[in-house]
Design a protein around this ligand. Structure first.
Ligand code: FDA
Length: 310
Protein backbone atom coordinates (compact mmCIF):
# COMPACT_ATOMS: atom_id res chain seq x y z
CA UNK A 1 0.00 0.00 0.00
CA UNK A 2 2.90 2.36 0.73
CA UNK A 3 3.70 1.94 -2.98
CA UNK A 4 0.21 3.14 -3.93
CA UNK A 5 0.18 6.13 -1.58
CA UNK A 6 2.42 8.35 -3.77
CA UNK A 7 0.53 7.77 -7.08
CA UNK A 8 -2.83 8.23 -5.35
CA UNK A 9 -1.67 11.48 -3.76
CA UNK A 10 -0.28 12.62 -7.14
CA UNK A 11 -3.65 11.75 -8.72
CA UNK A 12 -5.32 13.79 -5.95
CA UNK A 13 -3.70 16.90 -7.50
CA UNK A 14 -4.56 16.09 -11.14
CA UNK A 15 -7.03 18.59 -12.59
CA UNK A 16 -7.88 16.29 -15.54
CA UNK A 17 -8.65 13.28 -13.31
CA UNK A 18 -10.63 15.52 -10.99
CA UNK A 19 -12.91 16.70 -13.82
CA UNK A 20 -13.40 13.16 -15.10
CA UNK A 21 -14.10 11.60 -11.71
CA UNK A 22 -16.34 14.30 -10.22
CA UNK A 23 -18.66 14.03 -13.21
CA UNK A 24 -18.90 10.24 -13.11
CA UNK A 25 -22.27 8.98 -11.87
CA UNK A 26 -20.62 5.69 -10.87
CA UNK A 27 -18.34 7.13 -8.20
CA UNK A 28 -20.88 9.32 -6.40
CA UNK A 29 -22.60 6.57 -4.33
CA UNK A 30 -19.19 5.31 -3.16
CA UNK A 31 -18.05 8.79 -2.29
CA UNK A 32 -21.18 9.26 -0.18
CA UNK A 33 -19.70 7.07 2.52
CA UNK A 34 -17.21 9.85 3.27
CA UNK A 35 -19.17 12.95 2.23
CA UNK A 36 -22.49 14.23 3.57
CA UNK A 37 -23.87 15.28 0.17
CA UNK A 38 -23.78 18.19 -2.26
CA UNK A 39 -25.86 20.85 -0.60
CA UNK A 40 -26.19 22.87 2.58
CA UNK A 41 -29.37 20.93 3.38
CA UNK A 42 -27.33 17.67 3.32
CA UNK A 43 -24.79 19.24 5.68
CA UNK A 44 -27.54 20.38 8.06
CA UNK A 45 -29.34 17.03 8.01
CA UNK A 46 -26.11 15.09 8.70
CA UNK A 47 -25.14 17.50 11.47
CA UNK A 48 -28.53 17.08 13.16
CA UNK A 49 -28.21 13.27 12.98
CA UNK A 50 -24.71 13.24 14.46
CA UNK A 51 -25.63 15.73 17.19
CA UNK A 52 -28.64 13.53 17.97
CA UNK A 53 -26.16 10.68 18.55
CA UNK A 54 -24.22 12.73 21.12
CA UNK A 55 -21.45 13.88 18.76
CA UNK A 56 -20.27 17.36 17.77
CA UNK A 57 -19.43 18.42 14.21
CA UNK A 58 -17.08 20.53 12.13
CA UNK A 59 -18.39 21.24 8.60
CA UNK A 60 -16.07 21.52 5.61
CA UNK A 61 -17.41 23.08 2.39
CA UNK A 62 -15.33 21.08 -0.09
CA UNK A 63 -12.86 22.87 -2.34
CA UNK A 64 -9.13 23.57 -2.50
CA UNK A 65 -6.46 25.14 -4.68
CA UNK A 66 -8.90 27.77 -5.95
CA UNK A 67 -7.43 29.81 -8.79
CA UNK A 68 -10.32 32.19 -9.37
CA UNK A 69 -11.28 35.11 -7.12
CA UNK A 70 -14.97 34.46 -7.96
CA UNK A 71 -14.71 30.87 -6.73
CA UNK A 72 -12.96 32.07 -3.55
CA UNK A 73 -15.77 34.58 -2.92
CA UNK A 74 -18.38 31.88 -3.60
CA UNK A 75 -16.75 29.62 -0.97
CA UNK A 76 -16.70 32.43 1.63
CA UNK A 77 -20.39 33.01 0.92
CA UNK A 78 -21.15 29.27 1.30
CA UNK A 79 -19.54 29.30 4.77
CA UNK A 80 -21.44 32.44 5.83
CA UNK A 81 -24.65 30.85 4.68
CA UNK A 82 -24.11 27.52 6.44
CA UNK A 83 -23.12 29.29 9.67
CA UNK A 84 -26.37 31.28 9.61
CA UNK A 85 -28.29 28.08 8.87
CA UNK A 86 -26.63 26.27 11.81
CA UNK A 87 -27.67 29.11 14.10
CA UNK A 88 -31.27 29.08 12.79
CA UNK A 89 -31.47 25.32 13.28
CA UNK A 90 -30.19 25.63 16.87
CA UNK A 91 -27.08 23.58 15.98
CA UNK A 92 -24.35 26.21 16.32
CA UNK A 93 -23.61 25.14 19.90
CA UNK A 94 -22.57 21.72 18.62
CA UNK A 95 -21.14 22.48 15.17
CA UNK A 96 -18.34 24.71 13.89
CA UNK A 97 -16.66 24.99 10.46
CA UNK A 98 -13.26 23.97 9.05
CA UNK A 99 -11.76 26.06 6.25
CA UNK A 100 -9.00 25.31 3.74
CA UNK A 101 -7.35 28.66 3.07
CA UNK A 102 -6.49 27.56 -0.50
CA UNK A 103 -10.24 27.34 -1.14
CA UNK A 104 -10.66 31.02 -0.31
CA UNK A 105 -7.81 32.39 -2.39
CA UNK A 106 -4.50 31.71 -0.56
CA UNK A 107 -2.92 30.35 -3.78
CA UNK A 108 -4.03 33.24 -6.02
CA UNK A 109 -1.05 35.02 -7.54
CA UNK A 110 -0.15 38.38 -6.03
CA UNK A 111 -2.61 39.18 -3.28
CA UNK A 112 -3.63 35.58 -2.47
CA UNK A 113 -2.68 35.69 1.18
CA UNK A 114 -4.50 39.00 1.71
CA UNK A 115 -7.60 37.73 -0.08
CA UNK A 116 -7.63 34.55 2.05
CA UNK A 117 -7.20 36.57 5.25
CA UNK A 118 -10.07 38.89 4.30
CA UNK A 119 -12.31 35.92 3.40
CA UNK A 120 -11.40 34.09 6.61
CA UNK A 121 -12.23 37.23 8.57
CA UNK A 122 -15.72 37.31 7.03
CA UNK A 123 -16.21 33.64 7.92
CA UNK A 124 -15.05 34.34 11.50
CA UNK A 125 -17.50 37.25 11.77
CA UNK A 126 -20.31 34.94 10.67
CA UNK A 127 -19.16 32.29 13.17
CA UNK A 128 -19.06 34.87 15.98
CA UNK A 129 -22.60 35.97 15.08
CA UNK A 130 -23.75 32.34 15.08
CA UNK A 131 -21.98 31.64 18.40
CA UNK A 132 -19.48 29.08 17.16
CA UNK A 133 -15.85 28.70 16.06
CA UNK A 134 -13.65 28.23 12.97
CA UNK A 135 -10.64 25.95 12.49
CA UNK A 136 -8.20 26.48 9.60
CA UNK A 137 -7.16 23.22 7.94
CA UNK A 138 -3.50 22.67 7.06
CA UNK A 139 -2.47 21.79 3.50
CA UNK A 140 0.94 20.89 2.03
CA UNK A 141 4.11 22.13 3.74
CA UNK A 142 4.65 25.04 1.33
CA UNK A 143 1.59 26.68 2.91
CA UNK A 144 2.38 26.11 6.61
CA UNK A 145 4.03 29.48 7.33
CA UNK A 146 1.38 31.41 5.43
CA UNK A 147 -1.47 29.52 7.14
CA UNK A 148 -0.03 30.01 10.63
CA UNK A 149 0.53 33.72 9.90
CA UNK A 150 -3.11 34.10 8.83
CA UNK A 151 -4.32 32.18 11.91
CA UNK A 152 -2.22 34.45 14.11
CA UNK A 153 -3.77 37.59 12.52
CA UNK A 154 -7.27 36.16 12.92
CA UNK A 155 -6.64 35.31 16.56
CA UNK A 156 -6.01 38.95 17.39
CA UNK A 157 -9.75 39.55 16.81
CA UNK A 158 -11.14 36.02 17.21
CA UNK A 159 -8.99 34.25 19.87
CA UNK A 160 -10.96 31.02 19.42
CA UNK A 161 -9.76 30.38 15.84
CA UNK A 162 -8.22 26.90 15.68
CA UNK A 163 -5.23 25.68 13.67
CA UNK A 164 -4.26 22.24 12.41
CA UNK A 165 -0.73 20.91 12.91
CA UNK A 166 0.60 17.82 11.11
CA UNK A 167 2.78 15.44 13.15
CA UNK A 168 4.59 14.21 10.02
CA UNK A 169 6.33 17.58 9.61
CA UNK A 170 9.65 17.82 11.43
CA UNK A 171 8.86 21.40 12.49
CA UNK A 172 5.58 20.52 14.22
CA UNK A 173 6.82 19.70 17.73
CA UNK A 174 8.23 23.25 17.84
CA UNK A 175 4.98 24.68 16.45
CA UNK A 176 3.06 22.80 19.18
CA UNK A 177 5.28 24.44 21.77
CA UNK A 178 4.70 27.90 20.27
CA UNK A 179 0.94 27.33 20.08
CA UNK A 180 0.19 25.70 23.42
CA UNK A 181 -0.70 28.90 25.29
CA UNK A 182 -4.00 29.66 27.06
CA UNK A 183 -7.09 29.03 24.92
CA UNK A 184 -5.13 27.88 21.87
CA UNK A 185 -7.19 25.37 19.89
CA UNK A 186 -4.85 22.97 18.08
CA UNK A 187 -6.09 20.05 15.99
CA UNK A 188 -3.24 17.54 15.81
CA UNK A 189 -3.34 15.12 12.85
CA UNK A 190 -0.70 12.93 11.21
CA UNK A 191 -0.80 14.76 7.85
CA UNK A 192 -2.28 13.68 4.52
CA UNK A 193 -0.12 15.14 1.72
CA UNK A 194 2.89 13.75 -0.22
CA UNK A 195 5.86 15.49 1.41
CA UNK A 196 9.63 15.26 0.76
CA UNK A 197 11.79 13.63 3.41
CA UNK A 198 13.66 16.90 3.86
CA UNK A 199 10.64 18.24 5.77
CA UNK A 200 8.62 15.19 6.84
CA UNK A 201 8.99 11.99 8.84
CA UNK A 202 7.78 8.70 7.36
CA UNK A 203 6.63 5.34 8.79
CA UNK A 204 6.80 4.84 12.56
CA UNK A 205 8.57 8.15 13.02
CA UNK A 206 5.23 9.88 12.28
CA UNK A 207 3.59 8.11 15.21
CA UNK A 208 6.54 8.88 17.48
CA UNK A 209 6.27 12.54 16.50
CA UNK A 210 2.49 12.46 17.11
CA UNK A 211 3.12 11.17 20.67
CA UNK A 212 5.72 13.87 21.35
CA UNK A 213 3.35 16.57 20.04
CA UNK A 214 0.51 15.22 22.19
CA UNK A 215 2.75 15.44 25.25
CA UNK A 216 3.53 19.10 24.50
CA UNK A 217 -0.11 20.01 23.88
CA UNK A 218 -1.52 18.25 26.95
CA UNK A 219 1.19 19.74 29.19
CA UNK A 220 0.31 23.20 27.80
CA UNK A 221 -2.58 25.52 28.57
CA UNK A 222 -4.41 25.22 25.28
CA UNK A 223 -7.25 23.07 24.01
CA UNK A 224 -5.85 19.96 22.24
CA UNK A 225 -8.01 18.40 19.52
CA UNK A 226 -6.84 14.83 18.95
CA UNK A 227 -7.63 14.12 15.27
CA UNK A 228 -6.84 10.47 14.58
CA UNK A 229 -8.54 7.12 13.99
CA UNK A 230 -5.45 5.30 15.21
CA UNK A 231 -6.18 3.34 18.42
CA UNK A 232 -2.56 3.82 19.56
CA UNK A 233 -2.77 7.61 19.26
CA UNK A 234 -6.13 7.62 21.05
CA UNK A 235 -4.69 5.49 23.88
CA UNK A 236 -1.70 7.84 24.16
CA UNK A 237 -4.06 10.83 24.44
CA UNK A 238 -6.21 9.08 27.06
CA UNK A 239 -3.22 8.38 29.24
CA UNK A 240 -2.14 12.06 29.02
CA UNK A 241 -5.69 13.16 29.86
CA UNK A 242 -5.50 11.06 33.05
CA UNK A 243 -1.94 12.15 33.84
CA UNK A 244 -2.81 15.87 33.56
CA UNK A 245 -6.21 15.40 35.17
CA UNK A 246 -7.78 17.17 32.19
CA UNK A 247 -11.47 18.10 32.57
CA UNK A 248 -13.70 16.69 29.77
CA UNK A 249 -14.29 20.21 28.41
CA UNK A 250 -10.56 20.98 28.07
CA UNK A 251 -9.80 18.77 25.03
CA UNK A 252 -11.61 16.77 22.37
CA UNK A 253 -11.24 13.80 20.03
CA UNK A 254 -11.96 14.18 16.33
CA UNK A 255 -12.50 11.76 13.43
CA UNK A 256 -13.62 11.99 9.83
CA UNK A 257 -17.21 11.33 8.73
CA UNK A 258 -17.67 7.68 7.72
CA UNK A 259 -14.48 6.42 9.37
CA UNK A 260 -14.79 4.30 12.54
CA UNK A 261 -18.34 5.54 13.36
CA UNK A 262 -18.77 2.95 16.13
CA UNK A 263 -15.58 4.09 17.83
CA UNK A 264 -16.77 7.71 17.51
CA UNK A 265 -19.91 6.90 19.46
CA UNK A 266 -18.01 4.80 22.02
CA UNK A 267 -15.64 7.70 22.80
CA UNK A 268 -18.61 10.07 23.19
CA UNK A 269 -20.46 7.57 25.39
CA UNK A 270 -17.37 7.37 27.62
CA UNK A 271 -17.78 11.08 28.40
CA UNK A 272 -15.38 12.61 25.86
CA UNK A 273 -16.28 15.40 23.46
CA UNK A 274 -16.08 13.76 20.04
CA UNK A 275 -16.20 15.94 16.92
CA UNK A 276 -16.85 14.54 13.45
CA UNK A 277 -15.33 16.33 10.44
CA UNK A 278 -18.13 16.42 7.87
CA UNK A 279 -17.33 17.46 4.29
CA UNK A 280 -20.09 18.47 1.88
CA UNK A 281 -20.28 19.95 -1.62
CA UNK A 282 -19.39 18.90 -5.15
CA UNK A 283 -15.63 19.33 -5.09
CA UNK A 284 -14.93 16.09 -3.26
CA UNK A 285 -12.17 14.71 -5.49
CA UNK A 286 -8.97 15.78 -3.63
CA UNK A 287 -10.45 14.94 -0.22
CA UNK A 288 -11.67 11.54 -1.38
CA UNK A 289 -8.35 10.60 -3.03
CA UNK A 290 -6.46 11.39 0.19
CA UNK A 291 -8.78 9.00 2.07
CA UNK A 292 -8.01 6.27 -0.50
CA UNK A 293 -4.27 6.88 -0.17
CA UNK A 294 -4.44 6.58 3.61
CA UNK A 295 -5.83 3.11 4.07
CA UNK A 296 -5.89 -0.11 2.00
CA UNK A 297 -9.39 -0.95 3.26
CA UNK A 298 -10.77 2.33 1.87
CA UNK A 299 -9.26 1.59 -1.54
CA UNK A 300 -10.56 -2.01 -1.46
CA UNK A 301 -14.06 -0.73 -0.56
CA UNK A 302 -13.94 1.71 -3.49
CA UNK A 303 -12.78 -0.94 -6.01
CA UNK A 304 -15.37 -3.48 -4.77
CA UNK A 305 -18.16 -0.93 -5.12
CA UNK A 306 -17.08 -0.09 -8.68
CA UNK A 307 -16.88 -3.79 -9.63
CA UNK A 308 -20.38 -4.45 -8.26
CA UNK A 309 -21.79 -1.68 -10.50
CA UNK A 310 -20.77 -3.38 -13.74
P1 FDA B 1 -4.07 6.03 10.08
O1 FDA B 1 -4.89 6.19 8.84
O2 FDA B 1 -2.60 6.18 10.01
O3 FDA B 1 -4.46 4.65 10.70
C1 FDA B 1 -3.68 4.09 11.73
C2 FDA B 1 -4.37 2.88 12.28
O4 FDA B 1 -5.69 3.26 12.75
C3 FDA B 1 -4.64 1.79 11.29
O5 FDA B 1 -3.52 1.00 11.06
C4 FDA B 1 -5.77 1.05 12.01
O6 FDA B 1 -5.25 0.30 13.05
C5 FDA B 1 -6.58 2.20 12.59
N1 FDA B 1 -7.67 2.57 11.72
C6 FDA B 1 -7.69 3.62 10.86
N2 FDA B 1 -8.86 3.65 10.19
C7 FDA B 1 -9.57 2.60 10.64
C8 FDA B 1 -10.85 2.08 10.33
N3 FDA B 1 -11.63 2.63 9.39
N4 FDA B 1 -11.27 0.98 10.98
C9 FDA B 1 -10.49 0.40 11.90
N5 FDA B 1 -9.26 0.83 12.23
C10 FDA B 1 -8.81 1.91 11.61
N6 FDA B 1 -4.67 16.09 7.32
C11 FDA B 1 -4.02 17.18 6.86
O7 FDA B 1 -2.95 17.06 6.26
N7 FDA B 1 -4.53 18.43 7.08
C12 FDA B 1 -5.68 18.62 7.77
O8 FDA B 1 -6.10 19.78 7.96
C13 FDA B 1 -6.37 17.48 8.27
N8 FDA B 1 -7.52 17.61 8.98
C14 FDA B 1 -8.05 16.50 9.61
C15 FDA B 1 -9.13 16.65 10.48
C16 FDA B 1 -9.61 15.55 11.19
C17 FDA B 1 -10.74 15.73 12.14
C18 FDA B 1 -9.01 14.27 10.99
C19 FDA B 1 -9.49 13.06 11.76
C20 FDA B 1 -7.99 14.11 10.10
C21 FDA B 1 -7.50 15.22 9.39
N9 FDA B 1 -6.46 15.07 8.48
C22 FDA B 1 -5.83 16.21 8.01
C23 FDA B 1 -6.06 13.72 7.98
C24 FDA B 1 -4.92 13.14 8.79
O9 FDA B 1 -3.74 13.86 8.56
C25 FDA B 1 -4.66 11.68 8.42
O10 FDA B 1 -4.32 11.59 7.07
C26 FDA B 1 -5.81 10.75 8.69
O11 FDA B 1 -6.52 11.07 9.85
C27 FDA B 1 -5.28 9.31 8.82
O12 FDA B 1 -4.43 9.17 9.93
P2 FDA B 1 -4.92 8.51 11.31
O13 FDA B 1 -4.13 9.12 12.41
O14 FDA B 1 -6.37 8.68 11.43
O15 FDA B 1 -4.59 7.00 11.25
Amino acid sequence: MALLREPLLAAARSERLRRLTERSAITRPVVNRFIAGSGEDDALRTTAELVGDGLTVTLDFLGEDTLSPEQAAHTVQAYRSVLAALASAGLAGSAEVSVKLSAIGQALPGDGEKIALEGARQICEAAAAAGTTVTCDMEDHTTTDSTLAIVSELRADFPWVGAVLQAYLKRTEGDCRDLSGPGSRIRLCKGAYAEPESVAFAGNAVEESYRRCLRVLFAGQGYPMVASHDPNMIAAARSLIAQHDRAPDSYEFQMLYGIRPTEQRALAAAGNRMRVYVPYGDEWYGYFMRRLAERPANLAFFLRSLASKK
